[in-house]
Design a protein around this ligand. Structure first.
Ligand code: ADP
Ligand code: MG
Length: 582
């Protein structure tokens, strides 16, 4: 179980000074509080034998105040240092997870749900924080404070101690049981809470659809039901919690009853003094927390280690696409792309998405890839920047296998506009520049022109500095697509890939944008997937895919004359264009 925590060792070493100081302070507080009953004993004994003087009592009172003060200071110190340490572990672990997630390849994300990853980063990291902070404290208190208290009790009277300890295992046991149950209920509450927020978010995000179909009552009921489950889970948790403290009081009072009965006897017989009798009761009270801590710590550590195991599962996940050449080929990419026998099958699928594809694209050429939905166009494009790894066959750029180049180098040379136009919650400018440095103003302006975004900018409140996303303005589908193309063009890559990147832009605008791109990128390679004939016709070569296989290639006139798949697609397209004109 402790082995699961091994990745955290470095943070314990890093924070060792704070940890040692914090835990020493904790120990000091633990020991100091055990001396208070000793002072009580002395005052009472002095009182009972009539030796107490106002001066003596004042001294005792001042000592207690002094102890309480020192305890307060050191309690502050340990809480700050130990819990501070656990917060640092939390931060480091979260960053480590995110950093690692970024290195993982697309196949990992095909098989992993985003919600699961979020849960790891939130709930599991939190459980680990508990284990490294509160777990440490509960363990120290349970063992050290527990043993020391029992020691002080034994010092007063061995027999009384042994008898009065009888109910304490019950405290440990029930804390164990109840905190475990609370942990489970709490997880349920969290789960239903995230379901509730998710359904509320969905209902608000989809408000237009809901209104259009007049589904408000139905949607209202859905959210309301989620809310009811959430409340009932919360009540469950409250019930469990409600059992806990009365149980603990019961057990403590059971001990108290024993002490009064047996300890009272011993006092009468003169085996212990009245002061000892009172002090003993104080110790028994003090013992409640360490016993609870012992029961609780088991759960904290168990939960923490289960969480840590899940986190380790992610951290041990190796990026599938990472093989880096030891001696990478560096050299400016001219833009010749050549695929030989490229084959790829998605995990769990029977038919390959790409079946022995071979094609060549000369440097400076513009090619189009066409085919029906699901024919493998996107998958084909993904093999070039190694977003998916071909199983057999090879992709070469300028005659050099892509595996012989450094991965970052390869991807920097390719501008890839994917099918989903993803926008980040940031300004328009930052979405285009995307962290790249030293871009010239006139270049940005030029790219905005080419993507037909310049006019749109004027209509935004803050122009190119307008915020996008949740808190900012909403772009139309076409605007998003044009923006993502600008993001790719801005770095002037030797190879540009547009995967259905203008599907939501009207035909006329698409023609203008493609014209502008080809003009701007003379002598550079462009690979374009499009459904629009006006775009496809412009290509030097058109490749036609069907069910993962390359079935035709050539220019527009040639393919039309062949009267096969391409001409069928063409006829449909003509029809669509006719319809669009009306
Ligand atoms: P296109 O871009 O031509 O529409 P794709 O390359 O997206 O085609 O898809 C080719 C085939 O691979 C389809 O049968 C599709 O269902 C399948 N496919 C695409 N992405 C995945 C994925 N992440 N996991 C499993 N199968 C996929
Ligand atoms: Mg596609």
């Amino acid at each position: 179980m402790l082995r699961d925590f091994k990745p955290l060792k470095i943070y314990f070493i890093e924070n060792r000074q704070a940890l040692i100081l914090g835990l020493s302070s904790l120990l000091l507080v633990d020991v100091l509080q055990l001396f208070i009953p000793r002072i009580i004993k002395r005052s009472i004994d002095a009182l009972t034998i009539g030796q107490a003087s106002p001066g003596l009592l004042l001294t005792y009172a001042l000592i207690i105040v002094g102890i309480a003060l020192v305890m307060a200071i050191f309690r502050y110190i340990w809480r700050y240092l130990v819990f501070g340490h656990s917060r640092k572990v939390e931060e480091a672990l979260r960053n480590r997870i995110y950093k690692h997630l970024q290195t993982l390849s697309l196949p990992f994300y095909w098989k992993t749900k985003t919600g699961d990853l979020m849960a790891r980063a939130v709930n599991d990291v939190d459980a680990v924080r508990m284990a490294t902070g509160m777990g440490l404290v509960a363990l120290t208190d349970g063992v050290v404070l527990g043993l020391a208290t029992i020691g002080f009790m034994l010092y007063i009277n061995v027999r009384l101690t042994l008898i009065s300890l009888i109910p304490t295992p019950l405290i440990v046991y029930f804390t164990l049981i109840i905190t475990r149950r609370m942990g489970k209920k709490f997880a349920q509450v969290q789960q239903t809470f995230s379901e509730l927020t998710e359904s509320a978010r969905e209902a608000l995000a989809g408000i237009r659809v809901i209104k259009a179909y007049n589904r408000q009552p139905w949607e209202y009921r859905r959210v309301k039901e989620k809310g009811e489950v959430y409340i009932s889970n919360n009540l469950d948790l409250a019930k469990t919690l409600a059992i806990f403290f009365p149980m603990m009081t019961l057990f403590t009072n059971l001990g108290l009853a024993i002490v009064i009965w047996i300890g009272g006897h011993l006092t009468i017989l003169g085996n212990i003094t009245t002061g000892d009798f009172v002090a003993f009761i104080s110790y028994l009270n003090l013992l409640t927390w360490p016993m609870m801590a012992l029961g609780w710590v088991t759960n904290i550590i168990q939960r923490g280690s289960a969480s840590m195991r899940r986190i380790n599962g992610i951290l041990q996940e190796v990026p599938e696409i990472s093989s880096q050449p030891t001696n990478p080929f560096r050299g400016v990419i001219r833009g010749e792309v050549c695929l030989r026998n490229v084959t790829f099958c998605y995990p769990g699928k029977k038919d390959p998405a790409l079946d022995h594809i071979g094609l060549s694209i000369g440097a400076g050429q513009t090619v189009a890839v066409v085919g029906r939905v699901g024919s493998g166009k996107s998958t084909l494009l993904h093999t070039i920047p190694r977003l998916v790894e071909t199983e057999r066959g090879m992709v070469r750029i300028d005659g050099i296998p892509i595996h012989d180049r450094e991965l970052g180098d390869l991807r920097r040379s390719i501008g890839f506009v994917t099918q989903e136009a993803h926008i980040f919650s940031d300004t328009i400018l930052n979405n285009i520049v995307f962290g790249r440095k030293g871009l010239r103003k006139d270049l940005i302006k030029n790219v905005l022109e080419v993507c037909q975004l310049a006019v749109d900018m004027d209509s935004f409140p803050k122009g190119i500095s307008s915020l996008l996303g949740e808190k900012g303005i909403t772009l139309s589908g076409g605007q998003r697509q044009r923006l993502t193309i600008a993001r790719a063009l801005i770095s002037n890559p030797p190879i540009l890939i547009l995967d259905d990147a203008l599907s939501q832009v009207d035909t006329m605008t698409e023609a203008t944008i493609v014209g502008g791109i080809l003009e701007m990128r003379k002598g550079q390679t462009n690979i374009i997937v499009s459904h629009r004939l006006s775009t496809v016709r412009r290509a030097d070569i058109i490749y036609v895919l069907k069910a993962g296989r390359l079935i035709e290639e050539g220019d527009h006139a040639m393919l039309l004359a062949a009267q096969k798949e391409y001409s069928r697609l063409y006829e449909r397209q003509l029809l669509a264009q006719e319809l669009e004109k009306r």
